[in-house]
Design a protein around this ligand. Structure first.
Ligand SMILES: *Cc1c(COP(=O)(O)O)cnc(C)c1O
Length: 456
């Protein structure tokens, strides 16, 4: 049953950057209409599907999400690093609208179209390295990771896959095996795919003593050589900045050393840039911060302004190692999603969202570092660009304080700031604002965070 009463009459139904860029609370959070929808949801939607904050959305754009009760919340989530260009970005809306009116689906494997080709050309241009590249398009990040592994196995004739501690690569069977954290991603869902091995990550805040990037890489390579053997290894898959695992930036030198070892041993180096890519960290891809040129890059989340699109992009000779018909899927590279991606990428170029991400980094880290100097529970402020986090601990230790992170997130939600937690220990508060977020909202969100921290 759908009724108009689900949305308060005064609430905007059109989003995009023209929405008033303000935090405005007109009811408690969640409000009565959200609570009504939530009751309906609980009867209809499987309990295993969670929601961070059950306010039901009416419109969103720029740096805000407006709910069905008319509350306007500051968005520090971007739908998990997806709407970097903002919700309903004009260039996305225009191109999607034109595409929907022209045709919605033919299946690229049945009758192809230009948009798919253009997205592949664009991603070949934007990913690191100037070697010959090719791409293939899919629907979700997990599917992109699965296909990167397929490509690496076909190209090398080897089976094994190495991933790292704290890794998150998705929720399908193979990517669950590749993901590190049991709850909630894996618990009860086994048996998992075989031939997946885990190596130690560089996690500077949690090293017992100072471990350089080179030392951390040597430690990981030792595990790989002893437990797997380069001759058996198809690929190493790594997030250049850990996403769900806690926004950990590995020590300088770690990624280049692992990539160099892969090159020397004929192992495909796959950068999972699903969360860190598409301007999020202040560059097109986070690998660029240390000049790392991956053999394959997985792309999803931020690439299409909110539409389901994912890609594997990489060395042409690797991508072409797969037999004809070996890659694909009914919806992969859907024309509407491709139109959205081209609109999103055009927006990133026109508004220079790489620079915007670097600006957000400077504004936010300055304030977060000042806050950390005052609040001993903030163990570390870290991240790159607009992919930032604070790790919460018991003061004076590195002992994780997940309860505090939870209370902090809840306090922000009550005050109209949408934040997410992450990390293996659940003690990291992460900030993923849309890259088009105006400064005054960033400051206001940080004011709220500070206020909540001081009340706790
Ligand atoms: C989100 C994410 C995935 C999975 O993407 P889905 O679209 O949710 O399947 C994989 N890798 C990383 C690094 C991610 O952040």
């Amino acid at each position: 049953m759908t009724t108009d009463s689900a949305v308060a009459p005064t609430v905007p139904r059109t989003g995009g950057p023209d929405l008033p860029q303000e935090r405005r609370l007109v009811t408690e959070i969640p409000g009565p209409r959200s609570r009504e929808l939530h009751a309906r949801r609980q009867a209809a939607v499987a309990a295993g599907v969670g929601s961070t904050l059950p306010v039901y959305v009416a419109a969103a754009g720029g740096g805000v999400v407006v709910d069905v009760d008319g509350n306007s919340l500051i968005d520090l989530a971007s739908g998990i690093a997806v709407t970097g260009v903002g919700n309903s970005a004009p260039e996305v809306v225009t191109r999607v609208t034109e595409q929907v009116a022209a045709y919605t689906h033919t299946c690229f494997m049945v009758a192809p179209y230009e948009g798919y080709v253009e997205v592949c050309e664009k991603l070949a241009e934007l990913t690191p390295g100037d070697h010959a590249k090719k791409a293939a398009l899919f629907n979700s990040g997990a599917e992109a990771v699965e296909n990167a592994v397929k490509v690496a196995r076909a190209a090398t004739g080897r089976d094994a896959v190495v991933v790292f501690d704290h890794a998150y690569h998705g929720r399908t069977n193979l990517t669950m095996a590749m993901t590190s954290k049991n709850m909630p991603y894996k618990h009860g869902f086994g048996p998992f795919a075989g031939e997946v091995y885990r190596a130690p990550m560089s996690y500077p805040f949690r090293e017992a003593s100072q471990v350089t990037g080179a030392q951390a890489a040597a430690r990981a390579i030792d595990v790989i050589e002893k437990q797997v053997g380069a001759d058996n290894l198809a690929c190493v898959v790594i997030e250049p900045v850990l996403g769900e695992g806690g926004f950990v930036v590995p020590a300088e030198g770690f990624l280049p050393a692992v990539a160099a070892w892969c090159r020397e041993n004929g192992v495909v180096f796959v950068a999972d840039e699903i969360q860190s890519g598409m301007c999020r960290t202040g560059t097109w891809f986070a690998s660029e911060h240390e000049g790392v040129v991956p053999d394959l890059v997985t792309v999803a989340k931020g690439v299409a302004g909110g539409f389901p699109l994912a890609a594997v992009v990489g060395r042409a000779e690797l991508m072409d190692a797969v037999h004809g018909g070996g890659l694909g899927g009914t919806y992969g590279g859907n024309p509407v999603a491709c139109a959205a991606a081209l609109g999103a990428i055009a927006t990133m170029e026109q508004l220079d969202l790489r620079a915007a991400a670097r600006h957000i980094e400077e504004l936010m880290t300055t304030r977060l570092r000042a806050l950390a100097a005052d609040v001993p529970a903030i163990g570390e402020v870290r991240g790159r660009g607009a992919m930032l986090a604070i790790e919460l601990v018991r003061p004076g230790t590195t002992e994780p304080d997940a309860a505090l992170a939870g209370r902090l997130a809840a306090g922000c939600h009550q005050r109209g700031v949408l934040t997410l937690t992450c990390g293996t220990y659940g003690n990291v508060l992460r900030f993923l604002p849309p890259l088009v977020m105006p400064d005054h909202l960033l400051h206001e969100a940080l004011d709220v965070l500070e206020e909540v921290l001081r009340t706790l």
